[in-house]
Design a protein around this ligand. Structure first.
Ligand code: PRP
Length: 208
């Protein structure tokens, strides 16, 4: 049996599509709204639906053998897992954003609001820019509007959230997409089963 941690929410349906196209039945997951564990006896797979930012925790600790996590989460938390495949879905960009007329004054500490403390710290450290991090958990776009911060470091997918709040991208930091990850011990002991999934996904990606 392979245990798979999948992200709930935005990525959900795209992830189910990938499994379905690769021949892994997951219709039941599309239909249910609150159930968190689904087992396909036919495919010998159990799926757990978890918060996107928690996928790598389940996989790192071996509660799941494999999972699908955004590159943003992998860069932010640096879990000790194998990254097996770029799935080319959930594409977005990690950006610095703020008021469109924002002008950076290098003589003062830059106040940066973000969920991605590690990514923001690394980015500004490489630029030798002194910053103060303001850690938020959501609705990051409010921070520059309310003058809680000068800029934000956040994910931009369609750009709608920024636009509807009169903000804009100031700098693109990194492209992000969803990755198939594996627990290191699971990969050692279930190599064939996991590689079968990787190969089916790879073929599917080539055919797309
Ligand atoms: C993310 C991100 C932005 C938004 C960007 O938030 O933090 O707010 O999506 O997407 P867009 O460019 O398509 O508008 P999420 O929806 O994960 O919610 P959050 O505010 O709780 O972080």
């Amino acid at each position: 049996m392979i245990n798979v941690a999948l992200p709930k929410g935005r990525l959900g349906n795209k992830v189910f599509d990938i499994f379905a196209k690769a021949g892994y039945d997951c219709q039941e997951m599309r239909e249910s709204s609150r159930q968190l564990i689904f087992t396909s006896e036919k495919n010998n797979i159990s799926y757990f639906l978890v918060k996107p930012s928690d996928v790598s925790i389940y996989v790192e600790h071996g509660a799941a053998d494999i999972g699908i996590a955004g590159k943003d989460i992998l860069l932010e938390y640096e879990p000790d897992v194998y990254e097996l495949l770029d799935l080319n879905i959930g594409k977005c960009k990690m950006c610095v954003a703020g008021k469109t007329d924002f002008k950076d004054n290098p003589d003062v500490t830059l106040r940066v609001a973000t969920k991605f403390v590690n990514i923001a710290n690394t980015y500004y450290k490489n630029l030798n820019r002194e910053i103060e991090i303001i850690k938020l958990n959501g609705s990051i776009e409010l921070a520059p509007i309310l003058n809680l911060s000068d800029v934000i470091v956040d994910i931009v997918e369609t750009g709608t959230t920024l636009k509807e709040n009169n903000l804009g991208v100031l700098t693109e930091i990194l492209p992000i997409s969803a990755r198939l990850i594996a627990n290191k011990a699971s990969y050692k002991f279930k190599t064939d089963e996991i590689n079968t999934i990787v190969e089916r996904f790879r073929e599917e990606l080539q055919n797309d």
